[in-house]
Every structure is written in structure tokens, then in C-alpha cells.
Design a protein around this ligand. Sequence first.
Ligand SMILES: C[S@@+](CC[C@H](N)C(=O)[O-])C[C@H]1O[C@@H](n2cnc3c(N)ncnc32)[C@H](O)[C@@H]1O
Length: 341
Amino acid sequence: MPAHRPDSASPDAPGPVPTQPHPDTVFDADWLSLRSAADTRARSAALTARLAAWLTQRAPGRTRALRLSDLGSGSGANPRYLAPRLPGPQRWHLFDHDPRLLEHARQHCLALCDRDGQPISAETELVDLRTVHAAALANSDLITASAMLDLVDASWLEGFADICLGIGCAVLITLSVDGRWHIDSGGVGGAGATPGADTDPDDDFVRAIFNEHQHRAKGGARALGPDAAARLAELLQARGFVVELAPSPWQLSAAVPSQAALARALISGWRDAALEQRPQARTRIDSWHQRRQNALAQAARTQGRLNITLGHLDLLALPPPAALTPTHDPSPPSANSPHRR
Ligand SMILES: C[S@@+](CC[C@H](N)C(=O)[O-])C[C@H]1O[C@@H](n2cnc3c(N)ncnc32)[C@H](O)[C@@H]1O
């Protein structure tokens, strides 16, 4: 997930940022909007349906709205996707450290309804997730996040798995990058590409550097990057959750203008991250970037073939039966200690 940083902070941001966010954890609202259609197409409908069934089963005996907690909410893409697909009544809690994005999320959520057409409620919380307490998530029926898991480190993830077990909630973490991407240009890689080959000679080179960048510390220890979803699956399985992982790749075609725009931004984001990680390879990285942008532009112009597949994983974890209590008031093992990532 390249950061796609905003140019500058908005002067009329609605509140103080609790801590200074690491630049690799700051995202531009335009980037989130650009990726939103590809995210919607990519997400696992099967896991969403399984979650909806689990939440519905939980309804008997429930005297309150479902509490759905979304971590790293950004402009609210996750509730926008999930709310109309899940039973109600729904009360969303959206957590993020970016006040401008949270304001977007709040606005978007005003118009959302649950599966039965009833309006949802949503509150936003400006918080640094590195120090989020179990108490902030208590009573969640679902803890969810989209496109943010790669940012966390190993100890944060362990603390997170403990919190989920203590609460006994479902966990849906979607669109976590898995470190794989592939550009299929039908041999149109441009100058420097092997004739007739599907790949540019430097795709592997740039991908490897980009994945190194994904592991850079983002205000804590080394980030898990593309390993995060598989690691969370192990941690939750070890705690008795029933865990399912499903692929949710972006599939972008240069022939579709909105997808070509996302592909352009993606290739530039890979270039920027690779340059940050390996500045001494600037010439090689810039040449790769130019070849790939040229090939993309040519395919878009001629309706030729250029497809990008970017691997993601969706994870659904349902809690062990002992943790499944409709009126829980958990005292999670970690309730008194902040979890840093
Ligand atoms: C790639 S965006 C995804 C946003 C949204 N979930 C989506 O799918 O469009 C990652 C989000 O995580 C938030 N984030 C990253 N690190 C954070 C931290 N330490 N505390 C709170 N929010 C954080 C960013 O502000 C951003 O909104």
C-alpha cells in the first residue's frame, strides 16, 4: 500500500492530531476515492455473506444495536461496503488518526442504511491505533479494517488478537496486500523489455524493493507489510477462532479509463516507494517507471492489452464458542495496558 500522501494538512482540520503520524501512515482522500471501486470489486463476497449470517444468528437475545468497530477508517470505505450487506440495527465506531478523513467518513455514513433499509449510526474517534486500548473496542460484535493491516508490527498484532479473544467478536480484515503483483502487457513492455515476454525485466526488481519498503517501521517496530494477514490468521487460529482467508486481488485493465487512472497512480506509488527505499537505484527505477507508464498509456490509447493484478487477502475470523455471549461485558486480558504496534 503506497502511502499516497496529501500535499499539505488542511488548515480547517476539525481537531488536533493526537500524535504526529508517521508519513507512511498518512493517506490522501483522492487516493482512497480512486481505489474505492477496485476495492469493492475485489472484496470477498463469500466472507461478507458468512459474516452477515454469523451476526444474524447473534441477534436472538440482543437488546442493543450491533456495535461495529472499524480501525483505520479513512473516508469510510469499509462501512460503505459493509453496512448495506449486514443486518441491523448498526452502530459504527470509526477510528483513525486523520481528522480530515474522519470528517469525510462521517459525511458518507450519514446516508448509509443497513441491509433492511434502516439508517445506521456512526461516531468517529480521532485516535492513534498504536496506543489503542481494549476498552475502546469493548462490546464490539465486529472489529473490522480494510487496507491497513500491512502498517502494523508483530507485537501490535499479538495484542490485537488478544483483544479480539477477550471481546469474543468477529474479525473481518480485508484488502491486506500479499506482496504479489503482476503486469500482463502481452509482451508490450516497451524498450528494455524482453520481446514477446509478459513481464518487464525490472518488474521483479521494483517489486522486491517495494516489498522491503512495506516492512519499514511506521512509528513503531518493523511493519509486517505483506506478511500481516497470514500472521493474523495464525494468531487468531491459535486462540481458537475459525479463520478463513480469501484472495481479493485488484484486477485493473488499461482499457477501462477509471482503472487505468488507478493503475497510473499505483505504478507511480511503487516508483516513489522504491526510490525512498533504494535511492542509489534511481536511474534504473525511473527507467522502469517510464517504460511501464508508456506501455499503460499506449494500451489505454489503443484499447490494447495491459492488465495489472495486485494481490490482497481478506480474512474472516469467528470466535470460539466459549467467547460467543450475546450480552458480553468483557474484561479482556489486556484491558489495562495500551497496545503499541
Ligand atoms: C490505506 S488507508 C485505508 C482507509 C480505509 N480503511 C479504506 O479502505 O479506504 C489506511 C488508513 O489507516 C489510517 N491509519 C494508519 N495508521 C494509523 C494509526 N496509527 N492510527 C490511526 N489510523 C491510522 C490512515 O489514516 C488511513 O485512513
